[in-house]
Design a protein around this ligand. Structure first.
Ligand code: KIV
Length: 257
């Protein structure tokens, strides 16, 4: 296994793993300095394309954004989401994962669990493709947002699912919107690191959608912390630009040839 992956695995029970999403070069350049993992998430469906959910994201969309991200990522581990429908069976999954890796030079791919696709992970890993799993709220397979691991039965199911994904060979796993005692248990049981989103401090690492933390997406559920209000800053800048153009204050002579 490459050094980059071993470094991530070594962090378990020692230091937290920091992960953020990115869909383009400029943001990636900044994220790369402070994060262990840069994730090209299919959340770009909602965040960039204004889609209702992630179900219609194509392989081409993921590849194009990942190519841009690759230009900004130097040191962090770059993971690309496989879009819904691109890993329906082992053959398709292998073909499409190879295509993503070949065209984007990413380090790993992420696939959401539908509680049945463990063989797909196993087959990818057998072909030397590194896989990040994803359980709990899995937007590709769910219509409605819900918190997972609320009761005993659902806790047991999630633990079993996480163990299956680890056994299949994944190097890490995203726990999305899982109750904190369940994410604690899963993180304790698994040898691979867990990366939480809406799943409490009990995970080995944390991921957020960058546009949410920058205050750009307009989506601020309880598990998001807004670290900036870029919408406000961008609006102010655009307002000033618009005023300058209308009042003939821009472009000035120094901005002209
Ligand atoms: O698509 C995405 O951004 C994700 C993260 C929320 C984990 O899967």
């Amino acid at each position: 296994m490459k050094k980059k992956f071993l470094n991530i695995l070594k962090k378990k029970n020692k230091t937290k793993i920091v992960c953020l999403t990115s869909y383009s070069k400029n943001i990636s350049k900044i994220i790369d300095k402070y994060c262990d993992i840069t994730l090209v998430g299919d959340s770009l469906a909602n965040v960039l394309y204004g889609m209702e959910n992630t179900h219609k994201v194509s392989l081409g969309m993921m590849i194009n954004h990942a190519k841009s991200v690759r230009k900004g990522v130097k040191k962090s581990l770059m993971v690309v989401d496989m879009p819904k429908g691109s890993y329906k069976n082992t053959k398709e999954a292998l073909k499409n994962a190879k295509k993503i890796i070949k065209e984007t030079k990413c380090d790993a791919i992420k696939i959401e669990s539908n509680k049945k696709n463990y063989n797909i992970i196993k087959n990818l890993v057998k072909s030397k493709i590194q896989v990040m799993g994803h359980i709990g709220f899995t937007p590709q397979f769910k219509k409605k947002f819900n918190i997972e691991g609320n009761d005993y039965a659902s806790k047991r199911k999630l633990i079993k699912e996480a163990l299956e994904i680890e056994r299949a060979g994944s190097f890490s796993i995203v726990l999305e919107c899982i109750k904190k005692d369940t994410s604690k248990k899963i993180s304790e049981i698994l040898k691979i690191p867990t990366i939480g989103i809406g799943s409490s401090i009990n995970c080995d690492g944390q991921v957020l959608v960058t546009d949410d933390l920058l205050g750009m997406s307009g989506f601020y559920p309880r598990f998001v912390k807004k670290y900036a209000n870029l919408n406000f800053l961008i609006e102010k800048a655009v307002q000033r630009y618009s005023k300058d153009v209308k009042n003939k204050n821009f472009p000035k002579s120094k901005n002209s040839f």
